[in-house]
Design a protein around this ligand. Structure first.
Ligand SMILES: [Zn+2]
Length: 617
């Protein structure tokens, strides 16, 4: 543990205390100590786990639950059956003729994770497996405000099918080890979250991890946590210039510590190249990727981009609190973990940077803020998508006026398809993966970009920084981001949160009529969709000059600043939502007007853009 981490812990502690006084916020705490032996030939492993669990809740607990994620990778599991019954299964997990690949796994290829013994404070407890969840009836209830220690022995097998984790990936990475250990489920103000592993992740309890991993000594390991014995291990972790003593035996024991994380991932391969970069005034970056001539050039070019991304997010969201971040080739696409990511590596350069940027942005939204992703998936995937698009525009010099164009297109597609479900839908309960994907990623991203339209871009960026500062390490819920935006902007925004995230109401405003009104021009607008919005209206004249009109939404109780520097803006009457139409006058003759446009920024997710433009004939 370094000095800067102490400062960081002190900061969390004091902020935590302040918040507790104000809101009675509490959260559980876990400290894991694990010893794991991995057999790289059979892909089986055994381990011991000592878990000190602190019950900070006001409730007495009679049961606890652990996730045993690897049990999902067995024929007949909920994950398997879901693959067989959903209309659009994930093609990484199906054969070319759309059959579940989990259904085809043999005994030596399935995944499993079983507790073989378990005690609570020295007493035996009864436990049973229900698919991917271990149900534990406690020997003695855990009283509010007390600790209890669980000692478990477990055994596991790494599945041949890669979904986030697994063995022998398509790119030849031996071990992608996420969701691999018995992981205590979260208990919070809503109660237990012992969610079965069907398709989606992620909600965890923060705490300190101390993990010793014994594995074949030819394997290079990376992942969550700071390596405690680098000069014994070598593999590029040693202090430069250190001579590594030759170890007897076939294995090495890697010792990692990770403070205040809610998950612990590792990956290992005998052919990893290991590069290290230092972010100025920031963390150390580790890169682990296969020694493959096709990859090396892109993975070298990726490294300065990773530094830039770390700096971009630290500036625009808030300081990254750990001293290390690792980008590791593995898994089946891209997936975020504490202090690290697993990404596939055989990609074009832009795609490689894109996936790294997206997964790194999750460090803030999934690992430090950590909304419950099973319930509020849009706050994690959506906010991550939003900020990573901004980052890509900056670090890749993409010449695009609106980096969110494809995001809005995707959302309109879903909204008009009739397949949309409200964003409050539990992540595994969407009828279609298509609907989940657009709702979580695109509609979730638009929550922020459109909020920028509603309250102003500067206020949006201030909201994001303030939200992070106030809610880091606190599992925020939807109302929290709304309240921060309200405090930053001074507007009332409950309508925005409820219509956008709890309903499938759409936005559709249109220009109904433009008419001569003596020497002026009368414009009639209409509201067709159910969701309310304030409107920016651009008028372009024949001589090329332009001006805007702003119709505030009455229930918002305020007006944003003029978003177009140097363009004259007139604030017209409030539009109260219930009125389906609205008139205003332009003090110029109709013959001088070339075009009128609702929301020239296109950041308002109007589902029908055709009626947003009026052009002189
Ligand atoms: Zn993501």
């Amino acid at each position: 543990m370094t000095r800067s981490f102490f400062t960081f812990l002190t900061a969390i502690f004091s902020i935590g205390l302040l918040a507790q006084n104000k809101t009675d916020y509490w959260q559980q705490h876990v400290d894991y100590t694990m010893n794991v032996d991995m057999d790289v030939k059979t892909f089986q492993y055994t381990g011991t786990q000592t878990l000190v669990y602190t019950n900070n809740s006001p409730d007495e607990l009679k049961r606890v639950y652990f996730h045993l994620y690897f049990n999902a990778f067995q024929p007949g599991s909920e994950m398997d059956i879901r693959l067989q019954t959903i209309a659009d299964p994930d093609n990484r997990m199906t054969t070319p003729d759309k059959k579940s690949r989990i259904a085809l796994l043999t005994d030596s290829e399935i995944g499993y994770l079983h507790a073989t013994s378990l005690t609570q404070d020295g007493s035996k407890v009864s436990f049973s497996e229900e698919g991917t969840v271990l149900v534990v009836d406690l020997a003695k209830p855990i009283a509010a405000g007390t600790k209890s220690t669980f000692n478990m022995e477990f055994e596991g097998q790494v599945p041949l099918q890669i979904r986030r984790s697994g063995r022998n990936s398509e790119e030849g990475v031996a071990l992608s080890m996420s969701q691999w250990y018995p992981k205590l489920a979260e208990y919070d103000f809503e109660g237990w979250h012992a969610d079965p592993y069907i398709a989606r992740e992620f909600q965890g309890v923060w705490g300190d991890f101390d993990v010793k991993l014994t594995i074949d000594k030819t394997y290079t390991v990376g992942g969550t946590g700071y390596l405690q014995n680098p000069n014994e291990i070598g593999h590029g972790y040693e202090t430069p210039g250190t001579k590594i003593k030759k170890q007897k035996g076939k294995t090495l024991t890697w010792h990692f510590k990770a403070p205040m994380v809610h998950d612990f991932m590792w990956a290992a391969d005998p052919e990893y190249i290991h590069d290290i970069q230092q972010v100025p005034n920031g963390p150390v970056l580790h890169f682990l990727y296969k020694d493959d001539a096709k990859l090396v050039e892109n993975w070298k070019k990726l490294q300065p981009k990773t530094i830039e991304a770390m700096q971009f997010f630290s500036k625009n969201i808030g300081t990254y609190p750990y001293d290390q971040y690792s980008v590791i080739q593995g898994g089946d696409g891209g997936m975020e973990y504490a202090m690290s990511t697993l990404i596939t590596g055989n990609r074009k350069f832009g795609s490689l940077v894109g996936v790294m940027v997206h997964e790194m942005a999750h460090s803030w939204f999934q690992h430090i803020l950590a909304t419950n992703e099973a319930k509020h998936e849009w706050m994690d995937e959506g906010f991550t998508s939003f900020i990573s698009k901004l980052c890509m525009s900056e670090i890749m010099d993409y010449e695009k006026e609106n980096p969110f164009e494809s995001t809005y297109k995707g959302y309109r597609n879903l909204a008009l398809s009739g397949k949309e479900q409200p964003q409050g839908t539990y992540a595994d309960r969407y009828a279609l993966n298509f609907a989940y994907g657009i709702s979580a990623y695109s509609k979730g991203s638009i929550f922020l970009s459109q909020l920028g339209y509603v309250i102003g871009q500067d206020k949006l960026m201030e909201t994001i920084r303030q939200y992070y500062e106030e809610f880091k390490f606190k599992h925020p819920i939807p109302n929290d981001i709304k309240r921060v935006a309200e405090k930053v902007s001074g507007f009332e925004l409950d309508w925005y949160l409820t219509d956008w995230t709890q309903t499938t109401n759409t936005i559709d405003y249109g220009i109904k009529k433009v008419a001569v009104s003596e020497n002026n021009t009368k414009v009639t607008l209409e509201r067709i969709g159910l969701m309310p919005m304030p409107l920016d209206i651009l008028v372009v004249y024949n001589d090329g000059t332009r001006e805007t009109f702003y119709a505030p939404l009455r229930m918002m109780r305020g007006e944003k600043e003029n978003p177009y520097d140097g363009v004259k803006r007139t604030v017209i009457n409030d539009w109260a939502w219930a009125y389906p139409s609205y008139d205003f006058e332009i003090n110029k003759p109709m013959s001088s007007i070339q075009a009128i446009v609702i929301d020239p920024s296109q950041l308002m997710a109007d589902v029908n853009l055709e009626n947003n433009i009026w052009q002189a004939e």
